[in-house]
Write a protein that binds this ligand. Structure first.
Ligand SMILES: O=C(CO)[C@@H](O)[C@H](O)COP(=O)(O)O
Length: 229
């Protein structure tokens, strides 16, 4: 398992999504797409048609983070649209296991996301159904928020559980990830880093991805692209 960097399009120019994807295509591992429905979170972004269009426009694997109600009904559609990873919120799902199985059956990896107030322990018994755990390091809904360092013990606890149980999941952190915060995330046990403002808020998104990878890689002892599964 190596460091994975996933620039978040939430901070990109929505009128030029294909160009924004191309700007990081040579250096990023995945492209993070935030799907928000204005119900589960107080913001509205893109849905399945845009994921389909992005899938045609980029070779980067699409890492879709669903911040929507009723993912039990809608998540599989994102796998069918070409997402490589479909992550949905534990708080929004009626049956996390069935939803994960449907995503995997449709050919994508399944991710389980938890909001800052949601303890992760309650989901340890279902993690074998997933490929990734997303620990939100801000309240979901908006880019540009301040990283919550109090989420790091949650990451560390999940990493300990995965080690002890022999499960091979990625742990993703999302929200306020930057050159200042990424090392602490690595040290806590995260290996997938979503960054919006720290990438698309700069003049040179590709260079920003490389800087994040290098900082995380130094802390992890292996930062090269493609070092993951
Ligand atoms: O899911 C979300 C926000 O809810 C994120 O993916 C944001 O895009 C992160 O943005 P930055 O905190 O990196 O600016």
């Amino acid at each position: 398992m190596g460091v994975q960097i996933a620039p978040s399009l939430l901070s990109a120019d929505f009128a030029r999504l294909a160009d924004e994807a191309a700007a990081v295509a040579e250096v990023a591992d995945w492209l993070h797409v935030d799907v928000m429905d204005n119900h589960f979170v107080p913001n509205l972004t893109v849905g399945r048609p845009v994921v389909e269009a992005l899938h045609k426009a980029t070779t980067l694997p699409l890492d879709c983070h669903l911040m929507i109600e009723n993912p039990d009904r809608w998540a599989v559609g994102y796998a069918e649209a070409g997402a490589a990873n479909v992550t949905f919120h534990a708080e929004a799902a009626a049956d996390v296991v069935q939803t994960a199985r449907a995503i995997r059956a449709a050919g994508a990896r399944a991710g389980l996301a938890v909001k800052p107030a949601t303890p992760v322990d309650g989901y340890f018994d279902v993690l074998s159904e997933f490929d990734m755990l997303l620990v939100m390091t801000v309240e979901p809904g908006f880019g540009g928020q301040q990283f919550l360092p109090e989420m790091l013990p949650k990451v560390a606890k999940a990493r300990r559980f995965l080690r002890d149980s022999g499960l091979n999941l990625w742990i993703q952190v999302d929200g306020g990830v930057s050159l200042e915060t990424i090392e602490a995330c690595v040290e806590a046990g995260a290996d997938v880093f979503v960054a919006g403002t720290a990438v698309y808020g700069t003049d040179d998104p590709a260079r920003a991805v490389e800087a994040l990878r290098s900082r995380a890689g130094a802390a992890a002892g292996c930062g090269h692209r493609g070092a993951g599964r």
